[in-house]
Ligand binder design. Structure first.
Ligand SMILES: *[C@@H]1O[C@H](CO)[C@@H](O)[C@H](O)[C@H]1NC(C)=O
Ligand SMILES: *[C@@H]1O[C@H](CO)[C@@H](O)[C@H](O)[C@H]1NC(C)=O
Length: 221
């Protein structure tokens, strides 16, 4: 009786330790660093839809009087013009080494850049956010970021975490720029510093108490 109880606890805890220690799902070039590019995402990623850009403080497409502040992740970042459906710029990576059925947290910095029209000088852009697609299926969305009120507002980056369940060991992870407006105009967003980890799980101690409480209540019955 005592032995089987111990092995039941062990059987439940071993996968937890495997996930938290041994397992290492990775994302290639989550820093989105690479050559500045008009029309392509950073190395390691591919254009999933339309033509995202790889930017530094000066652009491409920074027509404001000020350099863009870089994210705390540093280096270049990816910029997307997000509208909706087939008109949104998006980039993706075919990732590997995930555990099917496990919940992951995907974290990154996002910002709303706005867009100064190069000819008219109009201060364009809308409020926007990112959708996270797993094998083409919407898994989660980021909070909406407001377009800066004027073209001289400082660019501020916010850290955000979304979650998804890995459908298989390897799958396509896509980040899609989206507009929160129904005007048909685009949100011009920046994204940087993408990382992934197994979602927070109960600490082994707490989990042990949980399992033992379950055994105790079963014994009472
Ligand atoms: C990524 O995976 C999808 C689905 O398996 C496949 O159609 C596509 O060609 C792959 N793209 C790259 C760049 O490997
Ligand atoms: C910029 O905004 C104006 C309205 O303020 C709109 O007519 C125009 O289409 C917008 N251009 C872009 C590129 O978003």
């Amino acid at each position: 009786m005592r032995l089987s109880r111990v092995s039941a606890v062990t059987a439940l805890l071993v996968p937890i330790f495997m996930l938290s220690n041994a397992h290492a799902a990775t994302i290639v070039n989550g820093d989105l660093d690479g050559p500045v590019s008009t029309g392509s995402a950073a190395p390691g990623w591919f254009n999933w839809q339309k033509t995202p850009d790889t930017c530094d403080a000066n652009g491409p497409f920074n027509n404001t009087p000020n350099p863009w502040a870089l994210s705390p992740n540093g280096g270049t970042f990816v910029r997307t013009a997000g509208v909706s459906g087939v008109n949104s710029e998006a980039f993706a990576q075919n990732v590997t080494d995930f555990v099917p059925g496990v919940l992951y947290d995907l974290s990154f910095y996002q910002t709303n850049l706005g867009f100064e029209h190069p000819v008219s000088g109009a201060w364009n852009g809308t409020d926007g956010y990112y959708d996270v697609l797993i094998d083409g299926v919407l898994a989660d969305s980021t909070p909406v970021l407001t377009k800066p009120a004027v073209n001289t507002d400082p660019i501020s980056w916010s850290f955000t975490t979304v979650s998804f369940v890995a459908p298989s060991a390897a799958f396509e992870l896509a980040l899609v720029g989206q507009s929160a407006s129904t005007s048909g105009l685009a949100a011009y967003m920046g994204i940087d510093g993408i990382s992934v980890r197994v979602a927070s799980i109960p600490a082994p101690g707490a989990f042990c108490i949980f399992v033992l409480a379950g055994i105790t209540s079963r014994r009472r019955r």
